[in-house]
Design a protein around this ligand. Structure first.
Ligand code: DC
Length: 205
């Protein structure tokens, strides 16, 4: 069975948590596409050309555990504006989406560019302040030395770059269901996402 769930949204809106939990709940494979851009971003910090890095990305680079730093997030957002980098990553994402048994992909352009025909398209969002607070708590919990103001500035800068780029800008796809998690607990947000996915799965089976 082919069944694709596309989950897009800005940084720290909760899409990663929701995507992972939806995939586990329904037994679907999950791809966090941000990791592809982070792995390329990381290589550029080491001095490698981003286009070259995107064309030669390996599974080992994706599996590196330390891709979730603020520095790599900014580098990822910067390489993500380069059309050749995006193009190099398309095939891998599309074949993952078509895998037998179904898949959940989360990112910025899954419903708009990678899988416009996805069975379910969700756009998960929250206010910049709420997202910055969540990211701040996560970073501090991991021992990072940051301030709330820095994290909010970071979130706003990344939002602006991700939304204003000419290639595959972050925006809700046609037909996407909006899920604003600003005033929702994780459990509430997750139940809503599961309900939407279940409805489509039931229709298909
Ligand atoms: O989801 P994330 O925070 O790990 O993503 C890091 C950056 O990668 C994000 O700021 C923009 C880019 N990205 C993208 O352009 N398209 C995607 N599908 C996923 C991420």
């Amino acid at each position: 069975m082919n069944f694709t769930v596309a989950i897009d949204g800005p940084a720290a809106a909760g899409k990663g948590t929701i995507s992972k939990a939806v995939a586990t709940h329904f037994g679907l494979a999950h791809l966090d596409t941000g990791l592809l851009y982070r792995a390329v971003g990381r290589r550029t910090l080491e001095g490698i050309d981003p286009v070259l890095a995107s064309k030669s990305l390996t599974a080992k680079e994706l599996a590196q555990g330390d891709l979730r730093t603020a520095e790599i997030a900014q580098a990822a957002s910067k390489v993500a504006v380069i059309p050749e980098v995006r193009a190099a990553l398309v095939d891998f994402q599309r074949s993952f989406a078509r895998r037998d048994g179904g898949a959940v992909l989360d990112g910025r352009d899954i419903g708009t560019v990678i899988c416009p025909d996805a069975d379910v398209k969700l756009f998960v969002t929250a206010s910049p302040e709420v997202r910055a607070e969540r990211r701040y708590l996560e970073l501090v919990g991991n021992g990072a030395d940051v301030t709330r103001a820095q994290v909010l500035a970071d979130v706003r800068e990344r939002d602006a770059r991700d939304m204003q780029r000419s290639e595959a800008p972050l925006k809700p796809a046609d037909g996407a269901i909006l899920l604003d998690t600003s005033d929702l607990s994780i459990d509430e947000a997750l139940s809503r996402a599961i309900l939407v996915v279940k409805r489509e799965l039931d229709l298909k089976s």
